[in-house]
Design a binder for this molecule. Structure first.
Ligand code: NAD
Length: 292
């Protein structure tokens, strides 16, 4: 087995930048790409801020921060990923977008390179079929925020070879993360359980059972969840939440997974949560204010 040294990451949004942060800190070289250089520049700035916070809290040293940042570079196109041993796709949760990425990416990769997707819900087997290497394709589902969360869900597609799985598991271990293995079913384990709860919270709001504040307070204090479900939805991104519910609804063909119309409305308005500064809360002021 060739060792993993260099990792390409496609998509430098919330997840891509978190994954780059953790991987660079673990000593690997990272090449980050996105639709524009501006997005990657912004991601690297954010990684620097997050590393600086870790230095301030004593979790890492100033030297660790400098070293990690120096290992992250930008690639303008997939040619820049041609010497990667592993590529992790962390672009928008949309099957068409991801398929197009894999079709464009694969011709540039080394034959032995492994391709992973960070999808929250989409079939690994179906995504693997868009590549030239289904046997070296795997789901590595990091959790948000990546530097804080301990888990990586691992999902094999139907064709994923044992050696790919073993190599990916060993790699995740070197990041200090724990793995949980899921079969390739819609939304895997974490989101199969988590997203219907969030969707139900949106229904609870939609039907007027409680306000944003009442629902989140109820679940924080009544069920000891660290975040209320609507706060969590804003944190995940409402577009991502909606995509996951659609994958569950279509993939399992059960009406219990139908996305709440209010969730659809927020996404249609472009109110996607924290990343657009408005969702179930408005983040433009000093303090998040409920929007309902
Ligand atoms: P995001 O919206 O913050 O970032 C997505 C990034 O992908 C954006 O920067 C966008 O410009 C980029 N992108 C879109 N099309 C692209 C393309 N063709 N080539 C390169 N880059 C492209 O979303 P996110 O929250 O980072 O989610 C990314 C992936 O991670 C999704 O598959 C999502 O389901 C998964 N995920 C999200 C969470 C979460 O809590 N948000 C948790 C685990 C996994």
């Amino acid at each position: 087995m060739t060792p993993i040294r260099k990792i390409g990451i496609i998509g430098s949004g919330q997840m891509g930048n978190g994954i780059a942060h953790v991987i660079a800190l673990a000593g690997y070289d990272v090449v980050l790409t996105d639709l524009t250089k501006e997005k990657v520049d912004k991601a690297i700035e954010l990684i620097d801020r997050n590393l600086t916070r870790q230095v301030a809290s004593g979790k890492i040293t100033e030297e660790d921060r400098k070293q990690a940042l120096s290992r992250i570079t930008y690639a303008e196109n997939y040619q820049g990923l041609s010497d990667a041993d592993l590529v992790i796709e962390a672009a928008t949760e949309d099957e068409t977008v991801k398929r197009k990425i894999f079709v464009a990416l694969c011709p540039f990769l080394k034959p032995e390179a492994i391709v992973a997707t960070n999808t929250s819900s989409i079939s690994i087997t179906r995504l693997a079929a868009a590549t030239d290497r289904p046997e070296r394709f795997i789901g590595l589902h990091f959790m948000n925020p990546v530097p804080v969360m301990e888990l990586v869900e691992m999902i094999r597609g139907i064709a994923t070879e044992d050696v790919t799985f073993a190599k990916a598991r060993e790699f995740v271990g070197t990041l200090g993360k724990t793995t949980a293995v899921s079969e390739d079913f819609p939304a895997f384990m974490v989101n199969r359980i988590l997203l219907p709860m969030i969707n139900e919270a949106v229904y609870t709001l939609y039907e007027g059972v409680g306000s944003v504040d009442a629902i989140d307070t109820a679940m924080r204090l009544g069920a000891h969840h660290p975040m209320g479900p609507l706060q969590l939805a804003d944190f995940i991104g409402l577009d991502t939440c909606l995509s996951i519910m659609q994958v569950l609804y279509e993939g399992l063909a059960d009406s219990k997974y139908r996305p709440c119309p209010l969730l659809v409305k927020y996404v249609e308005a472009g109110w996607l949560g924290r990343k657009t500064k408005r969702g179930f809360y408005d983040y433009r002021g000093e303090k998040p204010m409920p929007t309902r």
